[in-house]
Design a protein around this ligand. Structure first.
Ligand code: TRP
Length: 370
């Protein structure tokens, strides 16, 4: 089946092996996992389960770490709506990296991007969501020392001079080839990729020396960083390394979780009842048509969206395996599997929402002051 992965569209049944070839990234192999594990102790379950599956220059980054160089993390979010679970995946992993390697995170909120790319989103709305989305990152438990938030339109004084240094090295024909822009594309979109390169330079700018940067992100953003990796060495910076995750599937089969199709996404702001209703009603099931058939033949966890979500949200490998076994054997019904997921998500969300509200008055402490 055909699939498409660009920074603005993910559709179809994504073949991640093909994508590695198409984008020219590297698979995360056992040797790399062992290298990470040497420093981290136990591997994060996103690595154990290959939910992070691809990278650029991770070995170089670990070399730098082993040489004792300071480095930094960078990730971001285009604030087009409330945060959903799909967004949290790379963020949770980034938090783990920050804790494990004792490095700061620069978090970019691209209100400019979403204004330029979304026909009906006003700049005020995009900026409002930037502030809302920031709360979700803070809620993951960062201290203000470790998390530095940049909002493009509010950090323009810092970012713009750096963005034009990048922009000067990118031709229209490059952006056309990388992003498929046409004569109808507004010129803000054409410029935008230079803004997304800037946080990869900021740690070096602030430190007054070269600071290696690792960017954890969902694989769809790779085209931006391909461009950034090409340009940065030309203007005095090192290429950022990156590590890429799969997309959390939409509740209903096919494509990634999308903020614009609200019933296929679970938001961090959803109530327990909304979560229950969405999972029960929409989560694509790998169960059989009737209970009898299910008991006889068992369900298929590999196409079951609730099970897929548990691979992200159930950290305990043994528990996950026993759920898989019970579902496959027909002992566990689709409704029971959904109930496990609902309870898991709601337990997480209740705590998250508390922390998220507390973050509201503390946001200012996290905004980068430079
Ligand atoms: N372009 C990304 C989006 O639409 C936002 C973003 C900016 C980002 N910088 C990033 C994502 C760095 C990942 C890593 O969501």
């Amino acid at each position: 089946m055909a699939f498409k992965v660009t920074p603005w569209e993910v559709s179809g049944d994504v073949d991640y092996d093909k994508l590695i070839k198409q984008f020219g990234t590297e698979r995360i192999d056992d040797a790399l996992l062992r290298r990470i594990q040497k420093h981290s102790g136990r591997l994060h379950h996103f690595l154990r389960r290959r939910l992070f599956f691809s990278h650029r220059d991770m070995n170089w980054l670990i070399d730098q770490h082993e040489k004792g160089r300071e480095w930094a993390l960078y990730t971001g979010r285009g604030p087009s709506g409330h945060t959903h679970l799909g967004h949290l995946i790379p963020w949770m992993f980034t938090k783990w990296l920050s804790d494990t390697f004792n490095v700061p995170l620069y978090f970019q909120l691209t209100d400019d991007e979403k204004f330029l790319f979304k026909e009906t989103l006003s700049l005020e709305e995009a900026n409002g969501f930037a502030h809302e989305n920031a709360l979700d990152m803070i809620a993951l438990g960062f201290s203000p020392k470790r998390l530095k938030i940049l909002i493009d339109t509010e950090h323009a004084g810092l970012m713009y001079p750096e963005a034009i240094r990048v922009a000067k090295k990118i031709t229209y024909s490059t952006t056309k080839a990388v992003f498929g822009f046409t004569n109808d594309t507004n010129i803000g979109q054409i410029f935008y990729t230079s803004m997304q390169a800037v946080p990869a330079m900021i740690p070096s700018i602030l430190a007054g020396k070269k600071v290696p940067v690792l960017i954890p992100h969902a694989i769809d953003q790779d085209p931006h960083f391909r461009v950034a990796r090409d340009v940065l060495p030309k203007i005095g910076y090192e290429k950022p390394a990156s590590i890429h995750c799969r997309f959390l599937p939409a509740l209903y089969e096919g494509g990634k979780m999308s903020a614009s199709v609200s019933h296929t996404a679970i938001y961090t702001t959803d109530t327990a009842k909304q979560v229950r209703d969405k999972v029960n009603k929409y989560a694509f099931s790998g169960g059989r048509a009737t209970v009898e058939e299910h008991r006889k033949k068992g369900g298929d966890p590999d196409i079951d969206v609730s099970f897929q979500y548990l691979t992200y949200f159930e950290e305990d490998d043994k528990r996950l395996q026993s759920i898989r076994d019970d579902y496959e054997s027909g002992k566990m019904l689709s409704g029971e599997l959904k109930a496990i997921l609902i309870e898991k998500l709601n337990r997480f969300l209740v705590k998250h929402q508390e922390k998220r509200e507390k973050a509201r008055t503390r946001l200012d402490k996290y905004l980068l002051k430079a």
